[in-house]
Design a protein around this ligand. Structure first.
Ligand SMILES: Nc1ncnc2c1ncn2[C@@H]1O[C@H](COP(=O)(O)OP(=O)(O)O)[C@@H](O)[C@H]1O
Ligand SMILES: N[C@@H](CCOP(=O)(O)O)C(=O)O
Length: 367
């Protein structure tokens, strides 16, 4: 057991918009809405680090409070809350069996739940950073990504949330043993530990294989902003993935690949060319299948165009939806209000925000 003085860690993770049209499960963009997690260790705090044999029973339970988006539905039990469950997973991968004593955690969240703005990815990344800070693990970003990918298994949101900016990523083909290790059920990665668990808390969770995810940051023309048009209903990513087919025609795959190849460079060019970008943000892999879950989606993306809305560059579903992402250099209010009018014809109310693309990614500050 080690004993430390009082410390506070402030962790800030941005929202993300994944896919940007054709880049399903590949590209992500980090946006200026944040999940902020403040963890305070009172003095003195006992730390049951690797090899500790004196973890008290029941193990220490942090006090968790939460404000902002999702406050009325998020669990405050640290063994159920996504951020703290992920933190405990990462700590246990490092051989640290329990949270330290005298730990209080407050989360303030600006990212609406289940809207396609990466709230779950942000919660997962916050959990990884929390463990990294609490356990002084000193994990490099690539290893943090490995841990995040054991929980959120598509890399687009978590990579953009972690490193910031406009990012493309892939999951490496792992050898058979590593593939098996990386595909264990989520319930083994994030078991809901009972507070009265026994001395060794059962089996330790599977440690992520090294090098699951790889990424590259693309350029971004800084005059481009994101208009997020956010319907007032939730659509879980899991539900929006269930409606996708298992296989695609060559024609549809080529359609998306052509557009994605152009898009990743076109969004870095200044001034950006709407003639190139609008078409490059169209998709045949996920949006057509999701439109049944998001009434008004095809109408919004096909009637709001650069010629009807000067300043618009392109428009697509944000992540798994239901938020619509419009990339634009001007005319933000007209784009958003016209989308609102279309959604209203379907009895759907929306909120909208003009967001910046943030290049910094996630951060941890100690005080
Ligand atoms: N800050 C958070 N703390 C705890 N759990 C969260 C947080 N943000 C999101 N979640 C969990 O993730 C769920 C939403 O994830 P998901 O369906 O992937 O939608 P999205 O990531 O598009 O917002 C929420 O219902 C909640 O269970
Ligand atoms: N590529 C994923 C992205 C999900 O993003 P989210 O913000 O909706 O969680 C998908 O399209 O399913």
């Amino acid at each position: 057991m080690q004993v430390f003085g009082p410390r506070t860690f402030t962790i800030r993770v941005p929202a993300t918009s994944a896919n940007i049209g054709p880049g399903f499960d590949v590209v992500g963009l980090s946006l200026s809405l944040y999940l902020t997690v403040t963890a305070t260790l009172a003095s003195p705090t006992a730390w049951h680090g690797p090899g500790a044999s004196n973890v008290p029973h029941p193990p220490p339970i942090p006090k968790l409070t939460y404000t902002g988006e999702g406050a009325d539905e998020v669990p405050l039990d640290p063994y159920k809350n996504l951020t703290t469950r992920v933190a405990l997973y990462v700590l246990r991968c490092a051989g640290i069996s329990a949270f330290p004593e005298n730990l209080t955690i407050h989360a303030h969240n600006e990212i609406p739940f289940g809207r396609g703005l990466g709230s779950s990815g942000a919660a997962v990344v916050a959990g990884v950073l929390l463990a990294n800070a609490l356990g002084s693990l000193d994990l490099p970003p690539a290893r943090m990504l490995d841990h995040a990918l054991m929980v959120e298994r598509h890399p687009d949101n978590v990579t953009a949330a972690l490193v910031g900016g406009f990012v493309g990523s892939y999951l490496r083909e792992l050898d058979p043993a590593a593939t098996q290790a990386a595909s264990v059920p989520l319930s083994e990665v994030l078991p809901e530990y009972p507070p009265d668990a026994g001395p060794d808390w059962g089996r330790y969770p599977p440690v992520p294989p090294v090098g699951i995810g790889h990424y590259v940051r693309f350029g971004w023309a800084k005059e481009i902003k994101a208009v997020a048009i956010i319907p007032r209903f939730e659509l879980s990513t899991a539900r929006a993935r269930e409606v996708l087919p298992e296989s695609y025609s060559r024609k549809d795959l080529v359609f998306n690949l052509q557009r994605l190849a152009v898009l990743t460079t076109a969004l870095a060019q200044s001034p950006p060319d709407p003639g190139l970008i609008y078409e490059a943000m169209t998709d045949r892999v996920h949006q057509p299948y999701r439109s049944a879950l998001i009434p008004g989606l095809p109408e919004v993306t096909s009637t709001i165009t650069p010629s009807t809305h000067p300043g618009l560059l392109g428009i697509c579903l944000s992540g798994a939806g239901p938020t619509i992402l419009a990339l634009a250099v001007d005319g933000f209010e007209k784009i958003a209000e016209d989308a609102r009018a279309i959604f209203r014809t379907r009895d759907i109310e929306v909120d909208w925000k003009v967001l910046d693309i943030v290049q910094e990614g996630s951060s941890t500050v100690q005080s």
